[in-house]
Design a protein around this ligand. Sequence first.
Ligand code: PMP
Length: 403
Amino acid sequence: MPETRPLLMIPGPVEISPAVLAAVSTPPPSHTSRELIDAFAESLAAMRRVWQAGPESHPFVVAGGGTAAMEMAAANLVEPGDGVLVADTGYFGARMAEILRRLGARVRQVAAPVGEVPPVEAIAQGLAALEQEGPAKALFATHVDTSTGVRLDPEPLARLAREHGLLSVVDGVCATGGERFEMAAWEADVYLTGSQKALGLPPGLALLVASPRALETRARRSAPPPSLYLDWHAWRPILAAYEEHRPSYFSTPPTQLILALRTALREILADGIETRIARHRQAARALREAWEVLGLVPVPVRPEIAAFTLSALRLPPGVDGSLVGRILERGVAVAGGLHPELRGTSFRVGHMGYAVTRPEMLLRTVRAVGEALADAGRPVDPRAAEAAAAAILDEAPQPKVAG
Ligand code: PMP
């Protein structure tokens, strides 16, 4: 059969490996079957390793999008009147603030211009102002904002939160498994994600790991969270039973996705989390080189704050949003701009999960973008761009480089 579907290089959902596809394509096992329970138990243990979380931390996995994971973190930790600070780097920071407002929190946002990250000092000042207004509870940040392609460094923010006696919650939906995050070492409290990004699964799972401090905060609430489905206390005994290989039930899990989760996490851990992140860094370096050869300018204003998991790129002069369609005609799906200030003037390419283990997918993407730009009238050399990316992808990944 000829390949008719495009290569999926949007910033999620992404291409998945043949083994993950096979796992998700099985007839659904019962949620109380040995097969499912074993897959669940292995996945929960593997999550702690991928998240680099401590043994006392608690992983949660429920059916839902990344937004459900955001809601779960907020609903368990935040009570009406609590002061919270959101380090806002784009579309998803604004969403987090909206979720927190709906829970009755007192929300202060510290935003940065599009393509920038707020400096730690500005966030520290924001926290001081928040604390002056009343008791503060938590600091929320987006690791990689998918609308701007900007990566914020969560480590100093987790430290800042600790210094203020606050919890730190990091949205890793476009980062977990593709960007460095050391939950235990950094003493971060919640790191959350969705399955369809750097973990390399189809959409449908909301995942997070909560620290012991976060769990205590839930336990000390004056009233349960408004959502029963997202309540950690509804899920804890169920997941604890799964970890002990016993059947249990609260709400039916998407059983094939749990089989696929085990497979995807096995693949990441077989590579090693450090190597997997190094592959993302290498893919990003290769594509940045190619974009430069093609004259494309990234939205992030400095290379140090550009994500490894996606490229957000400004459309060059004289080229409009129809570029995305021209790229698709060449068999590669990329995404248009999402941030209100970038719609119609930018496009985005995902490079996370399985694709970073397949140089030919990355090179095919460079070729399609280059040819589409030439088609749109830009004086570019797609082959030179491909060669520039290939030279970097030929190197061995460097797991120990910082960043
Ligand atoms: N946060 C970030 C950083 C995201 O990229 C996304 C999805 N693009 C979300 C949250 C929301 O995830 P979902 O669309 O799965 O609800």
